[in-house]
Design a protein around this ligand. Structure first.
Ligand SMILES: *Cc1c(COP(=O)(O)O)cnc(C)c1O
Length: 418
């Protein structure tokens, strides 16, 4: 039984080399993709634990397999920590990721073909809020709101008019490229008026909510869905938080409605991350994420970049590069060569195609997790300006050399370079 006890480097050098290379890449680069982060050593360790070997279909004390002596207290601990951190009445920690968590909301509350309302994908929403290529747009009847062209912000009067006209059964708030606070109270009032359920998808902002750097949706929404791996800085996964009257429907929708066995190794890592998120240091991190994003946005605007909505309230920044005459993809690829990682993105009312859009999306969770502050944000804005102004290999190489000097000073959490 030689292979079972060999370390990865001996049993599979190819995969081991890719892991080492990815550690090096994540340590060396300025990572600005707003949905990404660095988890702690402890979260990595828990997600690589023997809980990956276990099956535990069902819920604590009601399982379909034996041997749950450790899984039951583990899952209960994760649920208790989630409820305490967010002030929720009930937590389901089993969704495999954000998209399955959202599907469970549909399954819990709606019949096929029901009308659902969400922020349109090209306006900064998510696929699973009724966009046409998603199962949620095909098996349900989507009504999509947008942002105003002049302000880049959601207009609650428009949302209310649309809701009154269309009368959806479910209303979503939440997005992937919206940098402003959401008026959760106004959404809740609109949903109540038309007798709809109100769901908030806080996938991007969950860590900011946990760290009290962003208003919480918990008291306003019937159900809150989230990923656990973005600003929350946990393992990959999803989670649903709801009021007690909806707990049974939500649990049934996740299992047996949509999923089989939960990923217990992820539950372990989530429990660790939720405990980390309850510490004072996490609150500091969450506030630094927002402070850093505000500085980065202001520095970019000072250099003539068009930041959609004129700034940010959270961790992310959406930039329309139309006035710079550089497509988002060209900018993103040149920046990647310079060691600055972000993604090209559609901007509201984009005249270019989604696979070759006008904008870039960037954010500050990862750089904040490494302890970077306002001085580094100013430097990053200057680098972005240099590369976007002259997106060639020579500029990228020069910026990369400077990037490496800075990233060396801010060790990446969870990564012990060998
Ligand atoms: C990331 C995200 C999701 C989907 O999460 P996955 O884990 O990628 O399935 C859903 N909704 C929003 C708002 C997101 O940002």
């Amino acid at each position: 039984m030689k292979f079972v006890d060999e370390p990865l480097s001996a049993s599979d050098p190819k995969v081991a080399a890719l892991v080492r290379a990815e550690e090096r890449r994540q340590a060396d680069t300025i990572r600005l993709i707003p949905s990404e982060n660095y988890v702690s050593r402890a979260v990595l360790e828990a997600s690589g634990s023997v809980f990956t070997n276990k099956y535990s279909e069902g819920y604590a004390q009601k399982r379909y397999y034996e041997g749950q002596q450790n899984v039951d207290p583990l899952e209960s601990l994760a649920q208790e920590r989630a409820c305490a951190l967010f002030g929720a009445e009930h937590a389901n920690v089993q969704p495999y990721s954000g998209s399955p968590a959202n599907l469970a909301v549909y399954f819990a509350f709606l019949q096929p073909g029901a009308k659902v309302m969400g922020l349109a994908l090209p306006m900064g929403g998510h696929l699973t809020h009724g966009w046409n290529v998603s199962i949620t747009g095909k098996y349900f009847q989507p009504v999509q709101y947008g942002v105003r062209k002049d302000t880049g912000r959601i207009d609650m009067d428009e949302v209310r008019d649309l809701a009154r006209r269309e009368r959806p059964a479910l209303v979503w708030a939440g997005g992937t490229a919206y940098s402003r606070f959401w008026d959760f109270a106004a959404f809740a009032e609109i949903a109540k008026e038309i007798g709809a359920r109100f769901a908030v998808d806080m996938a991007h902002i969950a860590g900011l909510v946990a760290g009290q750097a962003h208003p919480s949706p918990i008291l306003h929404a019937d159900v809150v869905s989230t990923t656990t791996h973005k600003t929350l800085r946990g393992p990959r996964g999803g989670m649903l938080l709801c009021k007690q009257p909806y707990a049974a429907a939500i649990d049934k929708a996740v299992f047996p409605g949509l999923q089989g066995g939960p990923h217990d190794h992820n539950t372990a890592a989530l429990a660790v991350a939720l405990n980390e998120a309850a510490q004072p240091a996490f609150k500091e991190y969450a506030h630094q994420v927002v402070a850093n994003a505000k500085v980065l946005a202001a520095e970019l605007m000072a250099r003539g970049f068009h930041v959609v909505s004129g700034g940010t309230d959270n961790h992310l920044i959406l930039v329309d590069l139309t006035n710079k005459a550089v497509p988002g993809k060209v900018a993103a690829k040149a920046l990647d060569k310079a060691g600055i990682e972000l993604n090209y993105n559609s901007v509201p009312y984009d005249t270019r195609k989604p696979f070759d859009p006008s904008g870039i999306r960037l954010g500050t969770p990862s750089v904040s997790s490494r302890g970077m502050g306002e001085a580094e944000m100013k430097q990053i804005a200057a680098w972005i300006d240099r590369v976007v102004s002259k997106p060639d290999d020579d500029t990228a190489a020069k910026v990369l050399a400077e990037v490496l000097e800075v990233t060396r000073r801010f060790p990446a959490p969870g990564i012990l370079l060998k």
